[in-house]
Design a protein around this ligand. Structure first.
Ligand SMILES: [Zn+2]
Length: 289
């Protein structure tokens, strides 16, 4: 019906010689080259959940940077990758299939990250980032806490600020990222709209899961904004800002193995909880049938 027509139109819009799969029925991420991490297990996409874990930034795009309490400079791209690997391991330990958009220090265009997830027929898309305070704030170094976003129109200045900051990543690409044709943008937007409710549920579950482990204890809430990385994903999709790298105490925790492990376990537990509820509502199940 409308959904099927939309998805068909998207497939047509998204097809190009460069992105066609060579093999018949191959499920490896098209166009991702070495960036996508191949999975060794065969999955029935209709029944078994697959979570795409997206480590923000990478390669020349270091993301935000900040100083720890020991005055060591840390970069978002390193924190997100280390954390994403731990989230992958924690999800796999719970029997959940995982695909990383990047498993090494490399840069991938924002919309290719969603494409990797679409090509793999993923169930969920989870993008991991580190927040940065606006230097113009009265006391920027004191800003702290965690927030989880789903794709929708930003309602506040702060939501717009975070989306603009994260959407800048594509400027680091050698080849200018094509803006994409207006039709496919519109269709992407409509498809993500279909998942608005599930995405906000997933965001709420992740946000609630972080509260017990986060040293700040500061729950900044579930938020919404226009993230380029989320718009390309045709499934429930969220972006989590795990803390402020501009706050020395949070930067220290985010860069530490202990902090990353606490975060990874909390995110994996929350994702598992969400998937259980999602399966109850008719979505893909963790173990398949
Ligand atoms: Zn980021």
């Amino acid at each position: 019906m409308i959904t099927a027509a939309l998805l068909f139109a998207l497939q047509v819009a998204g097809s190009s010689p460069a992105t066609q799969e060579a093999g018949n029925g191959s499920r490896s991420p098209a166009g991702s080259g070495a960036a996508g991490e191949a999975r060794s297990t065969v999955r029935d996409p209709a029944n078994k959940a697959l979570v795409v874990v997206d480590a923000g930034h990478g390669g020349p795009d270091r993301g935000m940077s900040g100083l720890t309490t020991a005055r060591t400079r840390v970069h978002e791209a390193d924190i997100t990758l280390a954390l994403a690997r731990r989230v992958r391991d924690a999800l796999k330990a719970r029997g959940i299939d995982v695909l990383m958009t990047r498993s090494k220090d490399t840069l991938i265009a924002l919309r290719d990250r969603g494409k990797i997830a679409n090509d793999a027929n993923a169930t969920l898309f989870l993008s991991i980032h580190v927040n940065a305070a606006n230097p113009r704030w009265r006391n920027p170094r004191s800003a702290r806490g965690f927030e989880t976003y789903f794709l929708s129109d930003a309602k506040t200045e702060d939501e717009r600020r975070v989306a603009e900051m994260e959407n800048e990543a594509d400027r680091f690409l050698d080849v200018d990222a094509e803006p994409g044709d207006p039709l496919s943008f519109l269709l992407n937007d409509m498809v993500q709209n279909l998942y608005l409710r599930e995405s906000s549920e997933f965001a709420a579950t992740v946000q609630a899961g972080l509260k017990p482990v986060h040293p700040s204890g500061l729950d900044r809430g579930v938020k919404q904004a226009g993230f380029a990385v989320l718009i390309a994903a045709h499934m429930p999709a969220v972006l989590v800002e795990v803390g402020f790298g501009t706050n020395a105490a949070e930067a220290s925790w985010l860069a530490s193995a202990k902090g990353q492990q606490q975060l990874a376990v909390a995110i994996a537990d929350a994702t598992g909880r969400y998937l259980t509820d999602y399966a109850r509502r008719g979505g893909a199940t963790i173990g398949g049938r």
